[in-house]
Ligand binder design. Structure first.
Ligand SMILES: Nc1ncnc2c1ncn2[C@@H]1O[C@H](COP(=O)(O)OP(=O)(O)O)[C@@H](O)[C@H]1O
Ligand SMILES: [Mg+2]
Length: 324
């Protein structure tokens, strides 16, 4: 049974353009994916972790909001352990929310400034384990604070008394305190200095080992994805264009993936010489055929005429490109 699976997911936003005309922004377009956690269990701490990468505007956050059911898909279906959840009302989503948690880059800003740490960390326990006694809650709070590297003595403090890195740890604690199976992290290490980023990634690995939390790491930071994840999904123009093992970055096929890898900043902060020319397409006017063809140095005639179909090239590798 697949933990979480999407079929032909699409999300459009409509913006009004003039009085009569509405423009359709196709932020996510025909995405199918399976996140299989069961098969990954016991196979090493990174095994169930997936990275979702792509340039800004490629639809990563929208896809993250769809599969965490913060938004409903416009088209397609979403299944959680074989139950269709794409259209379920919020009150029916409790079992799903217990197992799938999300944190965003601005997670720190979502901490209520008037609530103490105890109150912030009690809330998910009250929601998901209403029968839990206060003593038990305090024990769990103390435990999780220690595990994310916050002093358990600080549970009377308010968020503003913590540094930026500590606030992110607090947001992580709030998400993992109910012991979810999947934590969707949207750019949570962005905007932090390199050493704090490294600390958070190591914290993720530790929590993964200890509690069996798996991650969907949404990031434009390829080294972070390579560090934490076994599998990489590459998004372009609202679609998944490649799905491949993180350990085999060099085996990637799609010209977009390869361009992304080549324009990745190296560890010393400098850029490798090859940049990707041009801009990602406007999601209200995708090019015909393959959406990447205007920027692709290897395009053929068919690329501007027909959209490529996603094909498997190996058990753990697939891509949507006419050149394969
Ligand atoms: N609520 C919204 N209303 C209108 N357009 C949106 C909305 N959310 C996202 N978009 C558009 O959808 C596209 C994909 O955005 P997003 O999912 O945030 O990409 P990413 O996370 O990869 O940067 C962008 O063009 C963005 O402007
Ligand atoms: Mg985003």
């Amino acid at each position: 049974m697949t933990f979480l699976s999407g079929r032909n997911l699409g999300k459009s936003y409509f913006t009004s353009k003039g009085l009569w005309h509405k423009e359709e922004i196709r932020a996510v377009y025909d995405v199918s994916l399976d996140l299989d956690l069961e098969n990954a269990r016991g196979a090493g701490s990174r095994s169930g972790n997936t990275g979702l990468v792509g340039e800004s505007g490629s639809g990563k956050s929208t896809l993250a909001r769809l599969i965490s059911r913060l938004e409903k898909p416009t088209t397609g279906s979403l299944r959680f352990k074989d139950e269709a959840i794409g259209d379920l009302p919020e009150k029916m989503l409790l079992p799903f929310r217990r197992q799938v948690q999300v944190i965003f880059q601005d997670a720190a800003a979502s901490l209520n400034p008037r609530h103490t740490v105890e109150k912030i960390l009690s809330e998910p326990l009250r929601n998901f384990f209403p029968g839990m006694k206060r003593k038990e809650r305090l024990e769990r709070i103390t435990e999780i604070m220690g595990q994310v590297g916050l002093s358990p003595d600080h549970f009377e403090r308010f968020p503003h008394e913590f540094s930026g890195g500590q606030k992110r740890r607090l947001a992580i604690a709030r998400a993992v305190i109910i012991n979810p199976d999947l934590l969707i992290c949207d750019e949570v290490t962005s905007g932090l200095d390199v050493s704090l980023q490294g600390q958070l990634l190591n914290l993720f690995l530790e929590l993964g080992d200890r509690f069996g939390v798996h991650y969907l790491l949404v990031s434009h930071d390829l080294p972070a994805v390579r560090y934490l994840c076994r599998r990489v999904l590459v998004m372009y123009a609202g679609r998944i264009v490649e799905d491949f093992p993180a350990a085999e970055m060099a085996a990637s096929i799609h010209p977009y993936t390869r361009a992304l890898l080549e324009s990745e900043p190296s560890l010393d902060g400098s850029f490798s010489p090859r940049f990707l020319p041009g801009e990602p397409p406007d999601p209200s006017a995708y090019p015909t055929g393959c959406p990447f063809h205007p920027r692709c140095s290897e395009k053929k005639a068919v690329c501007s005429e027909q959209a490529p179909i996603f094909k498997k090239v190996a058990d753990n590798h697939g891509t949507a490109c006419h050149l394969t």
